[in-house]
Design a protein around this ligand. Structure first.
Ligand code: Q9C
Ligand code: ZN
Length: 343
């Protein structure tokens, strides 16, 4: 399987995120991508190439223009304040506040365009997130051209980013951008399977009222888990998209057997939808050793996960999302991908 990787990800390196009353070191680190790349090479998954550049066009198919403008200019505006650390939001237009008047000050913009304070913006963040999206778009192109699969080694991740909001370590929604590129490339029905531990709130929201992109997600129950405010089982889509959204929230402590049973439900629905291509939001933070998550999958279970996904028989693009057990992340990711290739 081809891996698409860009070293530009190093240019995004947040120092800290706000968590439980203090600033803590970012869990989402450059080391994550390096560990995955090292295991891809060590285990001979296949060739590794750099992404093509796609520019703003395909990003604007998913994200609003004002949001892209914000991301492009945020660091410069932040620096004009004379700050030396990372930009981080601290005030949000939550219930009862106005969303119809975009703020002019960068402090206001940071909150207006985010859902939490786990999204530091550094000097190279915009370049890194564009390169990450380019990895996903290159993967989509390769699959459109006939490859049976590809792995976009995206960093930063994307599935918490909405059409006009960053959050949860995510800035551009790589999986959504890739799925939309497949649609624009002529694939009539695309499915997105999100196996990251956290609900893919951004992806769900982007496609919620559409019948052409099916979204299925297995994740920690939002009653007790980030992102808390989306991902419940009764969210089934709206308008034309009614029935094209499937959430399978699972409790803390979910075992591999319970997880794979839920996966079978998601895969059956994707098959029934009649998907012609699949995008997998591949998070391995379902791992038993993950420092911020509460499922108990072992490393071998990721091989089974890959095999079960392969049984759909669809052209498949894997897009890297979360996973924070840095010592095990690479092995777990390559287990999924090699399980997919050798069912
Ligand atoms: N500091 C992804 O896996 N904060 N994002 C959780 C731990 C947000 C996870 C608290 C977690 C976001 C792509
Ligand atoms: Zn996650």
């Amino acid at each position: 399987m081809l891996t698409i990787y860009s070293p530009e990800h190093h240019r995004h390196h947040g120092a800290a995120e706000f968590y439980r009353g203090k600033l803590v070191p970012c869990f989402e680190s450059p080391e994550r991508a390096e560990q995955i790349l090292a295991r891809v090479k060590e285990r001979g998954l296949g060739p590794v190439r750099a992404p093509d550049r796609f520019g703003r066009g395909p990003l604007a198919r998913v994200h609003s223009g004002d949001y892209l403008d914000f991301l492009a200019s945020a660091w410069e505006e932040w620096q004009a304040l004379g700050e030396t650390g990372d930009a981080l939001p601290y005030a949000w237009p939550a219930a009862g506040l106005r969303r119809d008047v975009p703020p002019a000050h960068i402090d206001g913009k940071l909150g207006f365009y985010s859902i939490d304070a786990a999204v530091p913006i550094t000097a190279g963040t915009w370049d890194a997130v564009q390169a990450s999206a380019d990895c996903a778009l290159t993967g989509a192109r390769v699959v459109l051209e006939g490859a049976s699969s590809a792995f976009a080694l995206c960093r930063p991740p994307g599935h918490h980013a909405g059409a006009r909001a960053m959050g949860g370590f995510c800035y551009l929604n790589n999986a959504a951008i890739a799925a939309q590129a497949m649609r624009d490339g002529g694939v009539e029905r695309v499915a997105i399977l999100d196996v990251d531990y956290h609900h893919g709130n951004g992806t769900q929201t982007i496609f919620y009222d559409r019948a052409d992109v099916f979204f299925a997600s297995l994740h920690g129950d939002p009653a007790v888990e980030y992102p808390f405010f989306l991902g419940h089982a009764d969210e089934t889509g709206a308008g034309d998209g009614l029935g094209a959204n499937l959430n399978l929230p699972l409790p803390w402590g979910t075992s591999a057997a319970e997880y794979l049973a839920a996966l079978a439900v998601a895969l059956a629905r994707i098959a029934a939808f009649g998907a012609q291509a699949l995008v997998v939001s591949l998070g391995v933070d379902t791992f038993e050793g993950d420092p911020i998550s509460h499922f108990t999958l072992g490393s071998d279970d990721f091989t089974t996960l890959g095999r079960r996904i392969a049984a759909l028989g669809l052209p498949t693009l894997f897009v890297m999302e979360g996973g924070y057990a840095v010592g095990d992340i690479g092995g777990n990711v390559v287990n999924v991908l090699s399980g997919f290739e050798k069912p």
